[in-house]
Design a protein around this ligand. Structure first.
Ligand code: HEM
Ligand SMILES: N[C@@H](CC(=O)c1ccccc1NC=O)C(=O)O
Length: 272
């Protein structure tokens, strides 16, 4: 049967709408049959809110993948002395991070009682086992190898990804390379702090380096905002109960609130 070709006018130009020989469609391009078949409930009979719980987490992981893509490229841009590109990509990451924090609102439309219908089915799984979340921390600069040891049930490929993130340069390492290329010493915290003060004090000359430092600080602040939002949601959902992942729950999460990727950029504030 002949292919049906639909034509129309678009901006005054005659165009073909259609399948271009039946190859690509919206669904095949986006692999929707596969994507929309990945929401499998643990609860039986199905708990109404479990679909929301799975969907939210899958959306998080898709955005984590995008964030890793952008952060990796931003790091590489810094290493190649492409400062405009590095800050441009970081700004994209900021908007994604704001969205990630706002998404908590959607999950909070679930009541603790409705979560309780399927929560007991989730143990020992928990967000603690999100490999991409930990990759983002490692790439940003918070490299804590003990997390790799504490992971349970990692595949070989996941362990390899985490090990690689521990070994490769972080965003902070790349930023120090930028400072080095701008002529600064970066062999100790004191010399780095000196360099940061000089950059901050002469933005006309070091504008691109200053913008980059601010973009890194923003990334750090937005990550901290997610942690703070997450723990309050956890308290709302499970109070002081231990987590399904085996930690003390909100108590453990509160212990992570002070984490900062770039402490020297925060220290700088006290001397400006
Ligand atoms: C009902 C909603 C949620 C509750 C009650 C909850 C609870 C918890 C708890 C108790 C922990 C500590 C680990 C443990 O289980 O012992 C944890 C860790 C974690 N959760 Fe959630 N969580 C929720 C939603 C989410 C969502 C939507 C995400 C997005 C990916 C997420 C990501 C994480 C991550 C990444 C960690 C590890 C944090 C770290 O080690 O600093 N959680 N969560
Ligand atoms: N740790 C949560 C359960 C939970 O939220 C969760 C369970 C499985 C997969 C991801 C999860 N999200 C974040 O921890 C709890 O203790 O209730």
């Amino acid at each position: 049967m002949a292919e049906e070709v639909v034509t129309g006018r678009w901006g005054g130009v005659e165009v073909n709408f259609g399948e271009e020989g039946g190859r690509l469609t919206y669904g095949s391009y986006l692999r929707l049959p596969q994507l929309l078949d990945q929401q499998r409930l643990e609860s039986n009979p199905p708990a109404h809110d479990e679909l929301l719980f799975i969907t939210i987490h899958q959306v998080y992981e898709l955005w984590f993948k995008q964030v890793l893509h952008e952060l990796t490229a931003s790091r590489d841009a810094m290493l190649n002395d492409e400062l405009w590109l590095a800050q441009h990509l970081l700004r994209r990451v900021h908007t994604i991070e704001r969205t990630l924090t706002q998404q908590v609102d959607i999950l909070e439309t679930m009541t603790p009682q409705d979560f309780g219908e399927f929560r007991h089915r989730l143990s020992p799984a928990s967000g603690f086992q999100s490999v991409q979340f930990r990759e983002i921390e490692f790439l940003s600069a918070a490299k804590d190898p003990s997390f790799v040891r504490r992971f349970r049930g990692l595949t070989e490929a996941e362990t390899a990804r985490l090990e690689r993130r521990l070994e490769e340069p972080s965003l902070w390492n790349a930023f120090l390379a930028v400072l080095g290329k701008a002529g600064f010493e970066t062999d100790s915290d004191d010399s780095i702090s000196d360099a940061l003060r000089k950059v901050a004090g002469d933005r006309a000359h070091y504008g691109a380096v200053w913008e980059l430092a601010e973009a890194l600080l923003q990334h750090d602040e937005l990550a901290a905002a997610w942690r703070a939002r997450h723990v309050v949601m956890v308290e709302r959902m499970i109070g002081t109960k231990p987590g399904t992942g085996g930690s003390s729950g909100a108590n453990y999460l509160r212990s992570r609130l002070d984490l900062r990727y770039y402490p020297l950029l925060w220290d700088l504030r006290s001397s400006l």
